[in-house]
Design a protein around this ligand. Structure first.
Ligand SMILES: *Cc1c(COP(=O)(O)O)cnc(C)c1O
Length: 441
């Protein structure tokens, strides 16, 4: 009888992996709070702290009693019903909750929610909304998007088309991706100068002007680009994007799928900039990492205009739209956020990461260390040895999943100060190991 890992290797795909991956694989036997119990390929057990929150999602920890209870209660009622012609309490409650917490100002308010089944789909819906909006206002040629380099917006085709054109997967699908307009990346938050920001503004404004009659909107991750490189840029640049969108008749789409729900120290990263988008995408932590769900919020103006257009409807409708179990999980997560404890937790986790990762700066292999909210990043000078770093971190009791030249953490908000210290120490130790190896090689 082969092991579970062997059976996995014979049958499954993993994210961005070949059919027979050479990277190690661990079986999760249990998850509770911040801890995962892993079994490796030799059958050894490892208790590790999850520094990844399962890709930004599990902000309240595993087996959270409030979350578990909410889903169990919904389960005894019903698990799923179609959303065409039917509605239910978890969906309505979630829409009201999201709209109440989303950024807003007197002239611009998010008033309508589309519930999607994943982040990529929420982005697809946002792009459709923008194109349908432009068509409905008599500008059907506006079908492209302006975005900034280094972005990540998902893996479906339209979403992939606004990801970074070099680091994204554009070269593999040249015939299938829309030609979008890519502005330079803003200056880095840590080193930005007013002149640098102004230079960037001029470059983006020029592109918007050149292409305005074919652009439907601007899409960006505000302040923190996640999977595109864990890159932080000044809040002022988000305000600049807002201004450019307004001057050129573009809708501003903010993708807060990674940054939403407190991760950056504000409920939404846009709140640091005081910017209200026309369209907002959320996902990942929306259900506290329990079930797959995402949402696209738009202003009343966008909703009314699209609905009054020739199509007469927003042209999207997933089978599992507004899944009640997922909505119940999201409502429980929003309830936990409403207590406000996340704010102190995020600050505490962030401070712990900053203190614990700081020593990595002295290592030869390290180019930069940066933290923002409850996110900590070690940027290496070269591509990371994923196997070596992951293995060393597991030996030190921590789960990380590095990519490209980045070893990073965004722990659950409930992580204790001592646990954050363990995570940071493991990351530094793992990076140390690979730098020695690199020198030896
Ligand atoms: C993860 C992510 C997505 C895609 O979400 P999926 O649920 O993986 O489809 C889109 N945008 C950003 C900013 C993300 O971090």
């Amino acid at each position: 009888m082969s092991s579970l890992i062997e059976r996995d290797r014979a049958t499954l795909w993993h994210p961005y992996a070949p059919a027979s991956p050479t990277l190690p694989l661990w079986e999760v036997e249990a998850a509770d709070g911040v801890a995962l119990r892993l079994c490796d390929e030799q059958g050894r057990t490892h208790e590790v702290l999850d520094a990844m929150s399962s890709w930004w999602a599990v902000i309240h920890g595993y087996r959270n009693p409030v979350m578990d209870d909410a889903i169990q209660r919904q389960l005894t009622s019903f698990s799923h019903v179609m959303f065409g012609g039917l509605t239910h309490q978890p969906a309505v409650e979630l829409a009201e909750g999201l709209l109440a917490m989303a950024p807003g100002e007197p002239g611009r308010r998010l008033e309508r929610v589309f519930l999607a089944d994943s982040g990529s789909i929420a982005v697809e819906v946002a792009l459709k909304l923008a194109v349908q909006f432009q068509t409905a206002t008599g500008r059907p040629n506006r079908q492209r998007f302006l975005t900034i380099r280094g972005g990540y917006h998902g893996d479906t085709f339209a979403a992939m088309g606004v990801c970074d054109p070099v680091d994204g997967m554009h070269s593999s699908f040249p015939g299938l991706l829309a030609g979008n307009v890519f502005a330079p990346r803003p200056p880095a938050a840590a080193t930005a100068t007013p002149e640098g920001i102004e230079e960037w503004r001029v470059a983006v404004e020029r592109l918007a002007m050149e292409h305005s009659n074919e652009l439907a909107g601007i899409i960006a991750e505000p302040i923190l680009q996640g999977a595109g490189g864990m890159f932080m840029y000044p809040a002022e640049c988000v305000r600049i994007l807002r201004g450019i969108a307004d001057r050129h008749g573009l809708l501003l789409i903010l993708d807060e799928i990674a940054t939403g729900f407190g991760r950056t120290g504000e409920l939404f990263a846009a709140d640091h900039a005081g910017v209200v988008p026309d369209i907002l995408c959320v996902g990942k932590a929306l259900t506290g990492g329990y079930l797959t769900l995402a949402a696209t919020l738009c202003t009343g103006d966008v909703a009314r205009t699209v609905s009054a257009g020739e199509a007469g409807a927003l042209l999207h409708g997933p089978t599992f739209m507004a899944n009640p179990l997922a909505c119940a999980a999201a409502n429980a997560s929003l309830g936990l956020l409403a207590t406000g404890a996340w704010r102190e937790d995020v600050a505490r986790v962030g401070a712990g990461l900053a203190a614990g990762l700081g020593p990595a700066l002295t290592l030869d292999a390290v180019a930069d260390v940066r933290t923002f909210g409850a996110v900590g990043v070690i940027e290496l000078t070269d591509a990371v040895d994923v196997t070596a770093v992951t293995r060393t971190a597991v030996e030190h009791g921590v789960w990380v999943r590095p990519f490209r030249n980045l070893v990073y953490a965004m722990p659950p908000y409930i992580t204790s100060t001592a646990e954050v210290g363990v995570m940071a120490a493991a990351m530094v130790a793992a990076v140390e190991t690979t730098s020695h190896q690199r020198v030896a090689a």
